[in-house]
Design a protein around this ligand. Structure first.
Ligand SMILES: Cc1ncc(COP(=O)(O)O)c(C=O)c1O
Length: 483
């Protein structure tokens, strides 16, 4: 049986001495017992604990306990320890705490598919197929990072400097003016969004509606007022409508996913990106660009980002988690000379720093060229999957179903007829082991779209075909046709 925990007693030396002696221990424990502060049966600290705590000899502690046993205050039990004489079931005065913190954070329940397991086809998965990820090369880079001298004792709140250099080089090569000292490495881009909101937003943030749901939930949780700008993935950006809303609400920051918007897959045209910059200048709001998907563009191509067109005042966020290994959890934010210090401060108070070992392993991966090789191969496979997804959608979707054609990124938005109840559809598909994730939390109020994201990058051809075939069946059934 486990030993009872011993009680903690504070001893103070008397008579101006610096150290407790045996008399102090005898006096203190007698007083505590007499006053009822130490109940019968309570176990006292072992002699070695007093020796360590009080800096006295074992003999001194033992002599005090022996004296108290002789006086009948304590009893010694062979191998069990020393106890306050009396009852053997002590009431140590435990008091149940009734007050609990009052939640400020609005918790939310995502309507997730209840399914998990290898025989399930998750049709809305935002990740890349793990089979495409370069695990062996990452392992090689971790081995190498482990041998970097001094790494084990070091972290930099802004992020591992060589990694910031490597990222800066990549961004410059893509037309973005980003110096290493303006980059902050973060735990995924999620932490970058958190740091931006805490460091730079006082009142309000505008986002597209719908928007990446955990960005919206994050900004809300930080107390920002949110302004939703309606986005229809099948139409040009309604910039006149946006201008009116922005003029009326005057948010400080606009958070936007310019390439392969989550959850719709839509990308803004280069002209639309320029117009966003014009709007920002006209109405004087800052711009936060989430460029999560642009490395998932076919053939190593890239398109101008807001940061490339708008310069260093555009705050730019990107991440390696989706394109490399989700568990690596590394992303970054690029600010400028004014914004970088508050961003580092915001990150420092939440995590102090990232694990340097992981940062160094990623840095190796970039510097050895493995990441580029991996992106090229991944893009080749994703292109194939994308084309296959379009063909399968053509084949299996009933009339009235539309979808976006993003040409990259991991998501296609499937817009369904209003007559299809998304909750019922999810239940029916669960029964056939196909998982879908409607995203109501991505919207402001009642969703103006009616559909689901399809994550074509996660599934191999066979599973994608099976999943979309079953989805097509269930949609036909929901519309009153036979499956
Ligand atoms: C658009 C977008 N931005 C940011 C994130 C955050 O991802 P991470 O923290 O893994 O970089 C996600 C995750 O799905 C996302 O979809």
């Amino acid at each position: 049986m486990a030993r009872a925990p011993f009680v903690h007693v504070n001893f103070q030396p008397s008579g101006g001495r610096r150290r407790v002696n045996a008399d102090d221990i005898v006096r203190t424990l007698s007083d505590e017992v007499r006053a009822g502060r130490l109940p019968g049966g309570a176990r006292l600290p072992p002699v070695r604990v007093l020796e360590h705590q009080l800096g006295i000899s074992k003999n001194t502690a033992q002599a005090a306990y022996d004296e108290l046993v002789v006086r009948g205050v304590l009893t010694a039990r062979e191998r069990d320890g020393v106890f306050v004489a009396g009852s053997s079931a002590p009431d140590l005065g435990s008091i149940e705490l009734r007050s609990a913190p009052l939640p400020r954070f609005r918790s939310f329940q995502l309507k997730r598919s209840a399914l998990a397991g290898p025989d399930v086809i998750p049709l809305s998965m935002v990740f890349i197929d793990p089979a495409l990820l370069p695990r062996d090369r990452v392992a090689e880079c971790f081995r190498s990072a482990l041998n970097i001298p001094g790494l084990h004792h070091f972290y930099d709140a802004q992020g591992y400097p060589p990694l910031r250099e490597a990222i800066s080089k990549r961004l410059v090569a893509r037309g973005m003016d980003v110096a290493p000292e303006h980059i902050v490495i973060t735990t995924g881009s999620q932490q970058a969004l958190d740091a931006v909101c805490r460091a730079l937003v006082r009142r309000s943030v505008a986002t597209e509606n719908p928007v990446y749901q955990y960005a919206k939930a994050l900004f809300e949780s930080l107390g920002a007022e949110l302004v939703g700008l309606r986005l229809d993935p099948f139409a040009p950006l309604p910039l006149d409508e946006w201008r009116a809303v922005l003029r009326a609400t005057r948010p400080e920051l606009f958070y936007t996913i310019t390439s392969f918007h989550n959850p719709t897959g839509r990308s803004s045209s280069t002209h639309e990106i320029s117009q966003i910059l014009e709007l920002a200048n006209e109405l004087d709001f800052a711009v936060l660009e989430d460029d999560w998907g642009s490395d998932m563009l076919s053939g190593g191509e890239y398109r101008p980002t807001l940061r490339a067109l708008g310069g260093p005042n555009v705050i730019y966020v990107n991440s390696f988690t989706k394109k490399l290994l989700p568990s690596l959890r590394l992303g970054f934010v690029a600010g400028n000379a004014e914004t970088v210090a508050p961003l580092v401060a915001a990150k420092r108070v939440s995590t102090l720093g990232n694990p340097t070992l992981i940062e160094a392993a990623l840095c190796e991966l970039l510097e050895r060229g493995y990441y580029d090789t991996h992106l090229t191969e991944m893009q080749r496979v994703l292109d194939g999957r994308y084309q296959r997804a379009l063909a399968l959608l053509d084949q299996h979707m009933p009339a009235g179903v539309r979808w976006t054609t993003p040409g990259g990124g991991p998501l296609i938005w499937l817009e369904l007829p209003r007559s299809v109840d998304l909750g019922d559809l999810q239940v029916r598909l669960d029964a056939r082991k196909v998982g879908i994730e409607p995203v109501p939390l991505a919207f402001y109020g009642t969703p103006h779209l009616h559909g689901i994201p399809i994550g074509y990058a996660f599934l191999d051809s066979e599973r994608l075909a099976r999943g979309l075939e079953i989805l097509g069946d269930e949609l036909r059934r929901a519309q009153g046709g036979s499956a």
